[in-house]
Design a binder for this molecule. Sequence first.
Ligand code: SF4
Length: 370
Amino acid sequence: MSDFYEISQGQDWNRIKQEIFFIKAYDVESALDKDYRTLDDFFALLSPSAEVYLEDMAHMAHQITVQRFGKIILMFAPLYLSNECTNACIYCGFNRNNSIQRMTLTVEQVLQEAMSLYQLGFRHILLVSGEATQKVNMDYLKNVVEKLRDLFASISIEIYPMSVESYSVLIEKGVDGLTVYQETYHPERYHMVHGTGPKQNYSWRINTPDRGGIAGFRRINIGVLLGLYEWQIEAAFIGLHAEHLIRTYWKSHIGISFPRLRPAAGGYMPEYIVNDKNIVQLICALRLFLPDAGLVLSTRESSWFRDNVIPLGITQMSAGSKTAPGGYTLSRDIDGQFEIEDSRTPEQVVKKIITLGYDPVWKDWDVALI
Ligand code: SF4
């Protein structure tokens, strides 16, 4: 069985790029006419030629999402454990070269932060950290999860990539979800923006979702950071990656995020502009290609944009997010990982979701005690 690194090495970037940019209107129409779409159809839907079909794509994406998921939005919130990091990703506020105040929450502080999210209604929580393996180590994570697992129906992690064995330990402790973004699939761009630190290891990172699938996470969420390379090509690879994971780890539910670069300490400016229309096209193309994939939208996007794309295929949203450790209850002075754009409270977001005719879902599963 091939892992995704092997699969990605077999791809010809220039061929994929040419294919996407030379697609004709009849290829888009043919992709739209099908009930089940191939990777080539997905490329057609990502192409510049598909832009004039955006209204049709949006209509179909909405119908498929309602058919597969109903009109629901699963709510979750990130809880930042630490902003310490040994990497120097040029786009990130936690880059080790940035002069910001650093902190790693104690287990008691994590619990305090978690309680405030619990009181707001959240039952799905995402634990986030920089790559600070000295402090956010296995013992620390096990202690944190032990404190949180009775409060939350779902605990996911978005921390540094780990081995299958380490993931198995965390699953055993009560973690059910793994989020890991490749940031960019383009190997040269990847090395350019990750100049130093363990994150330089492209193959180790790109195979992290495979290791998560082998370990048996119930949810695996992948993504790219839009703005690091041409969005259509990144999208082609994320489709390829998600398709591989869905086929190989059929017990895991695969989700996709498409965060856009936001201002952060360090002042990095995106070199590739991704506008709202591009993201709408991406959401619709993903839904038409992968009808059962979760599509996740964070508070990086504006309230106006988030409200408008809900009907297109979004299934999970964060709300009221703080991107600094201690941001909910401890300190307002610690720098966040990036600036958020939708600053509404969870209550305001939920009201809007209901107004749009959707049900906010705080919890969608329970562990069966056998
Ligand atoms: S993106 Fe993650 S790994 Fe990179 S500097 Fe930020 S926290 Fe560290």
